[in-house]
Design a protein around this ligand. Structure first.
Ligand code: ZN
Ligand code: ZN
Length: 403
């Protein structure tokens, strides 16, 4: 029978799927084991131990202790060919889990509330499968287990430690289990997928005094209020309306009593955008607005502004390869959605600045099973059926790229 789908799965791909589905219970076991013992960024010792033990058991060459707890494994086909890297992050969050499940976090105040436990399980499953099927690809697959994605960021120190070199990586892929997409869907797009993350902290210095005698003071609360409002005009009036951007003031602190004019105020916030050209622009506008308003009131300020992560930008060709694989995996083009970009950030961006690649979203929500809480929520959990799908995505990308 002739299939109507453009990339109809071959007998070989049906076999790949069958073999990967057979790993499902093991994938769940790894994921739940890691879920029970969540570790924060650069402290992923137990997680790294589990990864290393497994790689050792499968005789996969690997190096541990990169950027504290990171691991790089190489599955070699023993034949010349390209080098594809697969990246999985390993860290948990400082959140107290509220799920009543058998695999609930046993580490007080820590939780895998973003799905990185699943990412490690998927990467392990991929490493195992590839080690058993070295004849099905050429070149090498480098699997990067990265610490501290949630901050302060493990990607950059891993790159500085040379994980993209020797052998030099030609392209990199990675995925995020994604509760903003239902199970069975994949989010793949070329260009910007996730936003740049920048942060600022500002102190406003006025002159305190009696709440009934404002003429003798410089009111840091009034100055701050004007700044908070004016900062919103950067997105509304300075950024090209066709570019997406966010300026959020998340903290504003001032004053100690209702009848006292506060001499200082502090505010902090975050900036997000996709277009790398905005990197120097928004920060500059923030300072101009703060300086201008402070000057008009006789106040002074101290501003700290820094970039946490650049935007996650996918390479056109690698994104096309991932998209074609995704259509095979979900068996229908409508299951692969490009409208999945988000103003959230990710330090996968640092890898993508070095080598072409594609980061994509693996739909994992299942509202019927109550698995639809957002990432970073104390009740976050995902449908584990997505784990095998993640392995299948990686394996098929390897077989398509490494030939
Ligand atoms: Zn997260
Ligand atoms: Zn995450």
């Amino acid at each position: 029978m002739v299939s109507t789908f453009p990339n109809s799965p071959s007998i070989n791909s049906a076999q790949i799927r069958l073999e990967i589905r057979a790993l499902q219970s093991q994938l769940v076991k790894w994921r739940r084991g890691i879920h029970q013992r969540p570790e924060l960024g650069f402290q992923e010792k137990l997680t790294a131990e589990l990864i290393s033990q497994q790689l050792q058991a499968w005789e996969i060459e690997h190096q541990t202790g990169i950027a504290e707890t990171g691991i790089v494994a190489i599955v070699d086909s023993d034949r010349p060919g390209p080098v594809l890297a697969i990246r999985a992050d390993m860290d948990a969050l400082p959140i107290q889990e509220e799920n009543e499940v058998s695999y609930r976090s046993q580490h007080e105040g820590k939780m895998h509330a973003c799905g990185h436990d699943g990412h490690v399980a998927i990467a392990l499953g991929t490493a195992y499968y590839l080690s058993q099927h070295r004849q099905d690809f050429r070149g090498k697959v480098k699997i990067i287990f990265q610490p501290a994605e949630e901050g302060p960021g493990g990607a950059k120190p891993m790159i500085e430690a040379g994980v993209l070199k020797n052998p030099d990586v030609d392209a990199i892929i990675g995925l995020h289990l994604w509760n903003n997409l239902p199970l069975g869907k994949l989010g793949v797009r070329s260009g910007a997928l996730m936003a740049a993350v920048e942060c600022f902290r500002c102190h406003i210095f006025g002159k305190g005094g009696h709440g009934a005698m404002p003429d003798q003071t410089i009111d840091s609360v009034v100055v701050s209020a004007q700044i908070v409002n004016a900062l919103q005009t950067i997105v509304a009036r300075n950024v090209n309306p066709l570019d997406s951007a966010v300026v959020t003031v998340g903290e504003l602190h001032a004053g100690t009593a209702l009848n006292v004019i506060a001499d200082t105020a502090q505010m902090s916030g975050t900036v997000r955008y996709f277009n790398p050209a905005l990197e120097s622009f928004i920060g500059k506008r923030i300072e101009e607005i703060i300086a201008g308003i402070c000057q008009s009131h006789g106040a002074t300020y101290k501003l700290d502004y820094w970039q946490l992560y650049p935007p996650v930008i996918n390479d056109k060709n690698i994104a096309e390869l991932v998209r074609s694989v995704a259509i095979e995996v979900v068996e229908t083009p409508v299951g692969v959605v490009p409208e999945c970009h988000t103003m959230g950030g990710e330090d996968m961006s640092f890898f993508l600045q070095e080598v072409p690649g594609c980061y994509f979203f693996l739909g994992a929500a299942n509202p019927e099973k109550g698995l639809a809480y957002p990432h970073h929520h104390p009740r976050f959990d995902f449908d584990e059926t997505a784990l095998a799908m993640g392995v299948e995505m990686f394996v098929r990308c390897v077989e398509k790229f490494c030939r």
